[in-house]
Ligand binder design. Structure first.
Ligand code: IMP
Ligand code: MG
Length: 409
């Protein structure tokens, strides 16, 4: 069975934790988009791991992981990350593979990325990891894939620092290189987990363009990014937080307003208890009310079979919770997520109030044991999005999670 896990917001929804949790029953984990711009945090037995390129399944000693064709790979950062795992007692050799169709990020792309963003009239606030440059080279048809590493004519075109860099990593990359389509066919009867990066609203096509990343973080990206067809995806899960966050620039209709005392206090609480600081860049994340207009759009555009709700415990102390059920755009009430940047920027959230539960959810492992107020919040989300919430996370640890609807069946 093939299960896809995507972020249903602007990234940082807790995909790393959920992929790690579901990976227990998968034999293989395949990451299909992005590169070292991603930051996936996983906490196991009190120990925290920050992964950027290696799929989250790596922490299980018996799983093999694949970096898909839809990814852009920074070899230097990748081997540093693998060394970090080894230093923590995680033996990765022989179980990390990279698609021969994945593209390579050259070191100079990082500076090009930063320079380009600084020169933009409306900077995106990229992570500066060279991601956009690598995808642009790919779209220009000038990219370098792992498959090209032994294409003599192409390799002869590189000189200086580029050549030295490619020479340095060439053999190691080749030793991990696989034909991912053939592998996926070989393993077709096994449980495979497809791990997205970033989130639905940062997808190059369906996200808040131009304030997006440049890969396919949508569910369809799992097919193109892993060399399989769309019919092969059996189930698609979308992870979202009980509130909203975004790193970098771009519209965020439900962002807490810093000049409002109550919202600014709410922002502080959510940011501190939710540890809302970027894993890759350390930037404080922008925080806001749960945006159901955007979430329902993400459900539709990604055919989500079910939702995974994380960080529900962050709302434990709240007297009252609010979520956005529509946008007011210049007096017009809108419930379909708009494409126009000015519409997104002018959208004022129409908020619905929910009663808080004012108790700790940390030790709850069954849906029926949740306080009624928490269930009311969850069930409103389900009704609004016409999508069930199948898994709920109430803490950072792997086991602070519970399932309502089984995934691998
Ligand atoms: P880039 O992917 O570095 O080009 O950045 C483009 C936009 O996507 C910026 O706003 C980043 O902050 C955002 N972004 C990229 N990767 C992630 C992620 O993994 N989580 C959250 N935001 C991200
Ligand atoms: Mg992240």
């Amino acid at each position: 069975m093939k299960v896809v896990v995507i972020g249903a917001q602007w990234g940082d929804e807790g995909k790393g934790k959920i992929v790690d949790y579901l990976a227990e029953d998968a034999k293989y984990v395949v990451r299909y988009a992005g590169g070292p711009n991603a930051g996936h945090t996983i906490v196991v037995d009190g120990k925290q791991y920050a992964l950027h390129q290696v799929p989250s399944g790596i922490l299980y000693k018996d799983k093999s992981v694949f970096l898909g064709a839809g990814m852009v790979i920074d070899p230097e950062a990748l081997f540093n990350e693998l060394q970090m795992l080894k230093d923590n007692g995680i033996d990765w050799e022989g179980r990390v593979f990279i698609s021969d169709r994945a593209h390579i990020i050259l070191p100079r792309y990082r500076e090009m990325d930063k320079k380009r963003d600084a020169e933009r009239k409306r900077p995106i606030g990229t992570t500066g990891r060279g991601i956009g440059i690598a995808y642009a080279e790919k779209a220009h048809r000038d990219g370098i894939r792992l498959a090209d590493l032994d294409w003599a004519q192409k390799m002869a075109e590189f000189d200086g620092e580029d050549k030295a860099y490619l020479d340095k990593y060439r053999d190691r990359l080749i030793s991990m290189r696989v034909d991912l389509t053939a592998k996926m066919h070989e393993y077709k009867d096994e449980n495979i987990l497809f791990e997205g990066a970033q989130g639905a609203m940062l997808d190059i096509d369906s996200g808040t363009y131009p304030y997006v990343s440049s890969g396919a973080s949508c569910a369809a990206g799992a097919a193109t990014g892993c060399g399989i067809g769309p019919h092969d995806l059996d189930k698609i899960l979308g992870v979202f937080k009980a509130y909203e966050t975004r790193v970098g620039n771009g519209p965020m209709p439900t962002e807490f307003n810093d000049s409002d005392a109550a919202e600014s206090e709410l922002c502080r609480t959510v940011r501190e208890t939710g540890r809302e600081y970027g894993v890759t860049t350390g930037r404080a994340r922008r925080c806001g009310y749960l945006d159901l207009v955007a979430l329902r759009y993400a459900c539709r555009v990604n055919s989500l079979d079910s939702l995974v709700l994380t960080h529900l415990d962050i709302y434990d102390p709240m007297e009252q919770i609010e979520a956005c059920v529509a946008y007011d755009i210049g007096g017009k009430i809108v419930t379909d997520f708009p494409a126009g940047v000015e519409d997104m920027e002018n959208a004022k959230p129409v908020l619905k109030k929910f009663k808080g539960w004012k108790t700790s959810l940390k030790n709850i492992r069954e849906y029926d044991k949740l306080p009624k107020e928490a269930r009311d919040y969850v069930e409103f989300i389900e009704d609004y999005c016409e999508t069930k919430v199948g898994i709920i996370s109430v803490g950072y640890e792997r086991d602070e999670t519970f399932i309502r609807t089984g995934v691998w069946k």
